[in-house]
Write a protein that binds this ligand. Structure first.
Ligand SMILES: Nc1ncnc2c1ncn2[C@@H]1O[C@H](COP(=O)(O)OP(=O)(O)OP(=O)(O)O)[C@@H](O)[C@H]1O
Ligand SMILES: [Mg+2]
Length: 403
């Protein structure tokens, strides 16, 4: 069986590029050149492993760029350029406004490529959100279907998932990434916000450009409120406004030629929809409230967490657990099940407590499981810290205010 190496290769290549850039910033050009050389080699190997012709081509081009960057790193012109004050920690705003050189473009593309995501979460592992699943899957499939001549369908390009913490918003996105017949990009504050002034906007624009090239695509923006709100400081506010402007433009498809552009669906997720700018909210043609699970859904989640993972619990216990956990989120239930499993495992495998057990002994140990006892989960229900507030009042107030 052929092993798919592209994921690890891409991470290694990214790491090499990051090292090269760090060396550049520190003026260690020889090391930067070597790191670029490594990145080029990894990009070539990636290209050889890729199946899709366009991907092969893209990585061959990246390999060529990294080779060029490696040669450039050795030249004095390169040294001069990078002795400028364009360093982290520089406080002069103008020095941090950068124009997109070819090097920057490479870096942006490579950062965008690292946002491409594929999980192994299946829809069958998600309880109670079938309608949402059908809606998202329908939209994506619709974008691929051939239209009768003369028919133009303007598809809504944004879905906002909002609701209390731990109710399955990110899980839904993970299932989309696993099953979508297209490219899935996962964006979060961690991978798009940059300390460089204006860099996040450029990255976002590049992201949508790549998403259009690789369409149909889904751009999932997790915790979108963290990206566009509450960023203190003058420069930060400017940067935030600029980022917001770019996001609005991209979601409106201003940079896309309608005739050439199949679907790029943006899915945003937030706990605090009221914190979002009204202009941004209006870009999300569909806004779906993901509620805390009701008793039936809680029962399904417990089923997924315990019997479906190979743990034995009487069906009547699952019913009772679902009844006693009114107001709990899916995440709370998941933690509850894990805690009960741990209790049972300790009871079933007391000899694993032995200190200084040799490694081979541990590896050879055959783990035993037993049916989970009622007291093992009931005790946890009473003492478990719950993950987040499931106060629905703010959501109701917000919904009423907009009705
Ligand atoms: N509907 C569900 N079906 C199955 N498991 C669920 C469901 N909802 C939540 N869970 C469990 O809770 C965990 C957390 O869910 P998830 O991360 O999707 O919540 P979220 O809504 O994105 O929360 P946050 O708003 O804090 O980001 C999941 O990994 C899963 O174990
Ligand atoms: Mg989430």
């Amino acid at each position: 069986m052929k092993v798919n190496l592209t994921g690890p290769l891409h991470s290694l290549m990214e790491g090499a590029v990051q090292r090269a850039r760090d060396f550049e910033i520190n003026g260690e050009t020889d090391k930067a050149a070597r790191a670029y050389q490594d990145a080029a080699l990894l990009a070539t190997t990636y290209s050889e492993n890729a199946v899709v012709p366009q991907t092969k081509q893209r990585y061959l081009e990246l390999a060529q760029r990294y080779r060029t960057a490696s040669v450039a790193a050795k030249s004095s012109r390169f040294n001069d350029k990078h002795k400028s004050n364009d360093k982290p920690g520089s406080t002069d705003k103008t020095s941090r406004v950068r124009t997109a050189s070819p090097d920057d473009q490479d870096s942006l593309t490579s950062q965008v490529m690292s946002m491409i995501d594929k999980s192994d979460v299946k829809w069958t592992e998600i309880a109670g959100l079938d309608e949402l699943r059908d809606d998202i899957v329908f939209r994506l499939n619709l974008s691929l279907a051939r239209r009768p001549p003369g028919v133009r369908i303007d598809e809504p390009t944004g879905i906002l998932l909002y609701g209390p913490p731990g109710t399955g918003k990110t899980l839904v996105a993970a299932a989309v990434s696993n099953t979508v017949a297209g490219t899935f990009f996962k964006v979060s504050a961690g991978n798009i916000l940059s300390k460089w002034y204006g860099e996040s906007s450029k990255l976002l624009e590049r992201l949508y450009e790549v998403a259009r090239q690789m369409a149909p695509s889904v751009v999932f923006i997790d915790e979108i409120d963290k990206l566009v709100c509450g960023r203190g400081g003058d420069n930060r506010s400017d940067a935030s406004a600029q980022f917001m402007g770019s996001l609005l433009a991209e979601m409106a498809g201003l940079h896309a030629k309608r005739s050439e552009c199949p679907l790029v669906l943006t899915i945003g997720s937030t706990n605090e929809p009221w914190a979002l700018d009204p202009a941004l909210l209006s870009r999300f043609g569909e806004q779906v409230f993901i509620p805390p699970p009701n008793e039936q859904t809680r029962r399904q989640i417990l089923e997924l967490e315990l019997p479906r993972r190979g743990f034995d619990v009487p069906s009547t216990d699952l019913d009772e657990m679902a009844r006693l956990t009114n107001g709990w989120s899916g995440r709370d239930l998941s933690h509850l099940c894990r805690a009960a499993i741990q209790k049972m495992l300790r009871r079933a495998n007391p000899d694993l407590k032995q200190v200084n057990r040799p490694l081979e002994d541990c590896q050879a140990y055959q783990l035993r499981t037993l049916p989970i006892r009622r007291d093992e989960w009931l005790g946890q229900i009473k003492k478990m810290p719950r993950c987040g507030s499931l106060d629905l009042q703010p959501y109701q107030t917000w919904q009423q205010g907009r009705a």
